[in-house]
Design a protein around this ligand. Structure first.
Ligand code: SF4
Length: 388
């Protein structure tokens, strides 16, 4: 176990424990249409960035110790990854699809990465094995790997997303105490875009009554538009009862005591997923959709950035799920989510079922027509209209 002293006042802010993982690639049960990924990977557990709202500290993720200080490093991760990617070691080869590095229970570019370089070594392997990559981070250390990301992007595909709770510098210092400022993060996205890599903002979570105001949403989207980002993915905040909620409320009590009552009201029925009330989320989504529309920014990762790097079933699922998301965000009914789920569970290529699509649960005449169009043309006119 190492102790790192990172602050100028010689205050201990990080304790590193080296651990051996049993496996490294997390296979999603179905393609994830938020991140367009098939697989995820956590190289570190715990995150020194210590964002106040981080749900990685919730008990359900089993991260031991103090989430913002005790960092577990999976020192055998690269050996495991090589074994798990190698098709010669597999009876059934992995389905090709994006691997997301980041999010979850620790940022892949947090300070420990400077010493261990696990993310860089993982990218080298993903380049060799020709897998597309989605990076999601809050750190500007990703700049170190632009050379590799550019190579992967030429061979398969790379998406780089950086997350923000807003682009307000002062609020970020309070809620994201150990990450580069929003201005630095945006500048880096502009740099990465110059290399021809698709880049986006994950505006998540927005913090109720602090970063969800019309003014700050407008500011964030204006800066994303000015940086010519390819997408802005948005989400309200969840607060899971237990460690996550306790930690957040301690900071709120100190910095925004006047909001406590309101928070207790909107998170009164948070449940195990920590959800705010439907009324709150519904209003927020309508507001975001309206402002994103004014700036003409896609609210989902556009199809053109990933369609050639996933299989046909996954393409159909993502298109239907993205339509479902946009319609629900606008308070409209959608028949597409259920059909998408049925298709995601198919074992055979959907192209073999062109004449029996209606036998799938949740696929009615409208969904059938759209799926047929996707199979024939690679997209759907209704989808393109919703996304524009
Ligand atoms: S950077 Fe991400 S994983 Fe790390 S504390 Fe912040 S939200 Fe959590």
């Amino acid at each position: 176990m190492y102790n790192w002293r990172l602050s100028s006042k010689n205050r201990l802010i990080m304790v590193i424990t080296e651990i051996e993982a049993k496996s490294i690639l997390r296979k999603h049960k179905k393609i994830d249409s938020w991140f367009v990924s098939r697989y995820g990977m956590n190289l570190y557990r715990g995150c020194i960035h210590d964002c106040v709202y981080c749900d990685g500290r919730a008990e359900r993720y089993n991260v031991d110790g103090d989430f913002g200080k005790d960092i577990a490093v999976k020192v055998n991760a690269i050996e495991l990854l090589e074994r798990e990617l190698d098709p010669r070691r597999k009876r059934i080869p992995l389905i090709k699809g994006f691997i997301i590095l980041g999010g979850g229970v620790g940022d892949s570019y947090q300070p420990a990465e400077k010493r261990y370089q696990l993310t860089r070594k993982a990218l080298e392997l993903l380049l060799d094995y020709d897998f597309p990559v989605h990076i999601l981070t809050k750190s500007t250390l990703v700049e170190r790997d632009i050379d590799l990301l550019t190579e992967i992007n030429k061979k398969s595909k790379v998406l780089v997303s950086i997350s923000f709770s807003s682009t307000d510098e002062e609020i970020s210092r309070r809620f994201e105490p150990r990450v580069p400022s929003p201005r630095e993060r945006l500048n880096l996205l502009k740099e990465i875009k110059k290399q021809g890599i698709a880049c986006g903002m994950f505006l998540m979570p927005v913090i109720p009554h602090i970063t969800d105001t019309p003014h700050l949403l407008d500011q964030s989207l204006a800066r994303a538009a000015e940086a010519k980002l390819d997408y802005v993915i948005f989400s309200g905040m969840t607060l899971k009862p237990g460690r996550q909620q306790d930690h957040f409320f301690a900071v709120l009590r100190e910095s925004y005591p006047e909001l406590l009552e309101e928070y207790h009201s909107i998170y009164a029925n948070a449940g195990k997923w920590g959800n705010a009330s439907y009324e709150y989320y519904d209003q927020l989504h309508l507001l975001f959709d309206k402002i994103a529309g004014q700036y003409k920014i896609p609210r989902r990762i556009p199809l053109g950035h990933f369609k050639d790097h996933i299989n046909e079933n996954d393409r159909v699922v993502i298109i239907l799920e993205q339509m479902d998301y946009i319609l629900k965000m606008r308070g409209q009914k959608s028949p597409y989510g259920y059909g998408a789920y049925s298709i995601s569970q198919l074992k055979q290529p959907i192209g073999e079922l062109t004449n029996s699509l209606r036998q799938l649960k949740g696929v009615g005449p409208v969904t059938e027509r759209i799926v047929r169009e996707i199979l024939q043309t690679g997209s759907s006119t209704y989808y393109e209209k919703l996304m524009s």
